[in-house]
Write a protein that binds this ligand. Sequence first.
Ligand code: NAD
Length: 294
Amino acid sequence: MKIGFIGLGIMGRPMVRNLMKAGHEVVVYDIISENVEMMTKEGAKSAGSPKAVAQECEELIITMLPNSPHVKSVVMGENGVLEGAKPGVILIDMSSIDPLASKEIFEACAEKGVRMLDAPVSGGEPKAVDGTLSIMAGGEEEVFRQVKEILLHMGASVVYCGTIGAGNTTKLANQVIVALNIAAVSEAFMLSTKAGVAPEKVFEAIRGGLAGSTVMNAKVPMMLNRNFEPGFKIDLHIKDLNNAISAGHQLGAPLPLTAAVMEMLQTLHADGNGQSDHSALVKYYEKIAGMKLE
Ligand code: NAD
């Protein structure tokens, strides 16, 4: 199949590679020309705008962009997907965005006969590379069934969560748990380090017990190696927690722990760490404890 793919960042590039590996032809677009060049060198075809991508791809277009305003402008804006899309084409937005924005975009798509799913992912860059992401989808179940096989080229788990926006609602829950888990790991490891126990030993001793987690396994080695290359950027996690807190306010679901971690991430952003991996949350604890996790 000829698949359009818009957004070639940390996640988009390996997702495109996996679609090409599975034998699909991929037509790409990104505002950063270096990202486009990287993918065309590997066999993708490029198009000059989201509209041009849509004119070429009559069956399926995927977006993997930072946040709601980017997806809205790429889909609904000037030279956007909807200006070039043929009726019947399926748009899968795999970005993590506000579920309400997914609904707005879905309605604009429906007016043009374009069918849309929201299908954000979890697992980060390593799982995007391996093609083992967890994908959580919202929209019409019939549309989901049509594209499930293609999603399985990028993910190991592909779950239909409900109507449009359900994928992003599920993703917000995921992001709350990940943020709180990184904060809990940072707080606990700072305690044991202050007490003089080597963090490597704490990690080795507890990772297989109840406190162990995928987050701990992925992020503690980064903290110990002082490797804060993203991965998942602090600024993107701020965006997700903003969306979670705003949804929580609208729904009457208080998120006190999320709000606390949000302020830690805001502090790190103000201190110049917005483009660091979210494992750099440990730097917040290092600052308030006056000691490095080493
Ligand atoms: P990124 O910042 O690396 O990439 C985003 C890409 O979108 C960039 O290449 C940028 O140039 C492009 N872009 C922005 N505006 C555009 C526009 N108007 N037209 C075309 N291209 C545009 O981000 P990422 O890490 O790849 O994340 C993408 C999405 O996936 C985000 O919503 C993020 O929250 C989510 N996500 C990321 C991870 C992760 O570990 N990185 C994990 C799960 C989910």
